[in-house]
Design a protein around this ligand. Structure first.
Ligand SMILES: Nc1ncnc2c1ncn2[C@@H]1O[C@H](COP(=O)(O)OP(=O)(O)OP(=O)(O)O)[C@@H](O)[C@H]1O
Length: 251
């Protein structure tokens, strides 16, 4: 598969603290890459570098390069709003807006300049279908999103991210706040979405990484220790640190 996004010698600093050190990693198009590693090793920081969400934190600094379709993400002429549309994000805790189900999705379209009402209605339906939520909510689009279950709220957040037609989807532990059935739905959804999107997922759940991803990257204290095909990483990793982590000896 062609390379959709790349990090080249990426380092990241919170003030003087180097949270990521010299990370070089490619993300193939229409593949799922899992980022794994113990708490605090920089997985979320790395994910947020990919769509420049860290720009919002004062005192932070990036070295090295990230590219999307070969174009630098940190270039001075980059339209960051458009970058975040192209590289969408879903967070650990479902965070729907305190608005109706319909408005949760329509909102992102409107801030991206879509005004046509029937276009918005079609897109809301299409996004909810893509997120495997349509059947459950089609009769209550004008009800509050906060009345949905946690798993439904997370699929709504995925629908919201998809509505603005991203190409890459970043998911930061998207199922960790959900029960096993809702988690399974999210995992099935990731499998379906892979056909249309490039997906990068942070997870603490080794079984989940093994189930959903094609490639796995193991991070440890701000460094990328090892990356490769998920089957290989989980059965015959090259590095001892990777093996210790996936077999539960630390982390
Ligand atoms: N806003 C911030 N300001 C300063 N330091 C931060 C900030 N956010 C994260 N860090 C530090 O950067 C390091 C990496 O944190 P990060 O949240 O990226 O790790 P993580 O691997 O995603 O952890 P977890 O799995 O627990 O979510 C940690 O040492 C953390 O304390």
């Amino acid at each position: 598969m062609p390379i959709k996004m790349s990090a080249n010698h990426l380092s990241f600093f919170y003030g003087d603290f180097e949270a990521l050190s010299d990370i070089t990693l490619d993300f193939e198009q229409n593949q799922v890459t899992a980022l794994i590693g113990p708490s605090g090793c920089g997985k979320s920081t790395f994910l947020r570098c990919l769509n420049r969400m860290n720009d919002l934190i004062p005192g932070t600094r990036v070295e090295g390069e990230i590219t999307l379709d070969g174009q630098p993400v940190y270039g001075s002429r980059v339209d960051v709003v458009n970058l975040r549309r192209m590289v969408g994000m879903v967070f650990q805790k479902p965070n729907p807006f305190p608005k109706t189900i319909f408005e949760n999705i329509a909102y992102g379209l409107r801030i991206n300049g879509v005004k046509d009402k029937s276009l918005i209605a079609n897109k809301v339906e299409e996004s909810l279908k893509q997120a495997a939520l349509w059947e459950e909510v089609k009769d209550r689009l004008s009800a509050s999103a906060l009345g949905l279950s946690g798993g439904q709220q997370q699929r709504l957040c995925i629908a919201r991210a998809l509505a603005v037609e991203p190409e890459v989807l970043l998911m930061d532990e998207p199922a960790s706040a959900l029960d096993p059935i809702a988690t399974q739905k999210i995992e099935e959804l990731i499998h379906l979405l892979k056909a249309s999107y490039t997906i990068i997922i942070v997870t603490h759940n080794m079984q989940q990484a093994a189930r959903v991803s094609d490639t796995t990257a193991f991070f440890y204290i701000g460094k990328l220790i090892e990356t490769g095909e998920t089957d290989v990483i989980f059965t015959r990793p090259e590095k001892k640190q990777t093996e210790d982590y996936i077999t539960g000896r630390f982390g």
